[in-house]
Design a protein around this ligand. Sequence first.
Ligand code: ZN
Length: 136
Amino acid sequence: MISTRQLATFGLILTRGYNRPAMHEYAVTENVVDIVCRHAVKAGARRVRRVHLVVGELSSIIDDSVQFYYDLISEGTVAQAAELVFRRVAVEVECGACGYVWQPADADWTCPQCGQAQARVRAGREFYVESIEVED
Ligand SMILES: [Zn+2]
């Protein structure tokens, strides 16, 4: 019987500033592995089983690429062979004119309340490690 527990990590990963898509995924995954290892070691865990990631619909993160790079980068660490679980966050915008908040169904961000096109993104750009499940 292996005891497991879930640790909140809240490791925010910066996804801006990378131009090439492949580099982008590699760099953010390095960040993920770094955060996971740091928290697992600090908690005295033997092994990381699952990593829960929160991914905004606008963050252009491709799940399969992240898992691919994760397996490469985490090899030989406490985080090796963990399963990545992705939670997608829908796009939510706020009208700059009237303050109305909604989740646009497509690329048309015209305010359904007042008809202005001044929408600002409130949610959907995030990418972070929410929690990890570890074995003691
Ligand atoms: Zn409006």
